[in-house]
Design a protein around this ligand. Sequence first.
Ligand code: CMC
Length: 430
Amino acid sequence: MAESRTATLTIDGKDYQLPVLSPTEGPDCIDIRKLYGQADVFTYDPGFTSTAACDSTITFIDGDAGVLLHRGYPIEQLASRSHYLEVCYLLLNGELPSAADLEKFEMTVTRHTMIHEQMHNFFRGFRRDAHPMATMVGVVGAMSAFYHDSLDINDPHQREVAAFRLIAKMPTIAAMAYKYSIGQPFVYPRNDLDYAANFLHMCFAVPAEPYDVNPVLARAMDRIFTLHADHEQNASTSTVRLASSSGANPFACIAAGIACLWGPAHGGANQATLEMLRQIGTPDRIPDFIEKVKDKSSGVRLMGFGHRVYKNFDPRAKVMKQTADEVLDLLGVQHNPLLQVAQELERIALQDDYFVSRKLYPNVDFYSGIILEAMGFPTAMFTPIFALARTVGWISQWKEQLADPQLKIGRPRQLYLGQSMRDYIEIENR
Ligand code: CMC
């Protein structure tokens, strides 16, 4: 990290020199770590709009240009030429694998896909109508009660085992959450299938008849996983890092990430987008809906639009739209009414000054729900699929953080606006 310049901050006539750190890509960062000690002031940035909370070598986003790089490789190239498990290796290890390394990596993931049999009972403790995200938060957190030999974060081998367990078992857990919610028996993983095909098998196979995974759908599933694999310091990743900074075990940290992802402003947006498209129903109702979105008092947002970092097209949305066309073509549903509403909504929004002036573009969640629904997933499964795909990103960032010798517990400060110190008043005198 180059540190060549300083910034001067003047407070009450006194100057403070702050180092300016230059990243490989992206804006310079003013290093304020010693500011409080020197000047007795905090910086104020709720929502972290101007704050780099850590350094990282994993993922880079240029929001103005609509660029997303994993370890330097553009997402478009990874989505079209690589596949999910190779991207997992890349995120975790920093470089693309050799053929032998990839084979070993895939073999290890495949051999960890089953979950402890006793965990089946844990699923059964949930109400049958539980949202699969509720089940996933609980079950992933409960992994720390089952895998005691991978809880020690100070042991590199245990960290490695925990990473493999989480990446390998997450599809099994997500599929089981789904099966439980529809009252079907759990389907065990199949080691002869690849990661995405195995997930489709665990979701859609039933013991009563054979189920053949359609390779085009498996490829689309794999691409959806790839597009969600990591995304720099987003809310759920930051949650994982904050939880981990206290020394919490990996399963607890990932459960915290899943909980954060659930919200509609984050991973829950894919479910919310599809519900919005359904609610609009037909293209002729779009103008009314757009007016409602523009009326701030309505509290209605155009879901699947806008992003904290992208002020241009989300590059993942472009690939997702193309995947939607492929999947709908394959399934013979080119005239999917939701797709028509989505396309028209996008067309109208991109010409409307409200969205143009605020640089609001479709994000990754705008088209993903249409694909997942066409594949047969209910809306409640959209966010669990995001969670299983993002697990590798969370784990990569978690491992990177733990390897940092400067790691400190994350402990933000505040701008206190409450009462100053005052004396307690006895109840009879209030
Ligand atoms: N619909 C209508 N107005 C919007 C939208 C939207 N989707 N997004 C932002 N705005 C407006 C907002 O009202 C504000 O207007 P003004 O300047 O007049 O007050 C302006 O744009 C800036 O919005 P913001 O809320 O300050 O921006 P943010 O960076 O805090 O929020 C966001 C980012 C993603 C939470 C927001 O764009 C949003 O709520 N989008 C819809 C939910 C969504 O699709 N989320 C998925 C994000 S991508 C996947 C992921 O990260 O999980």
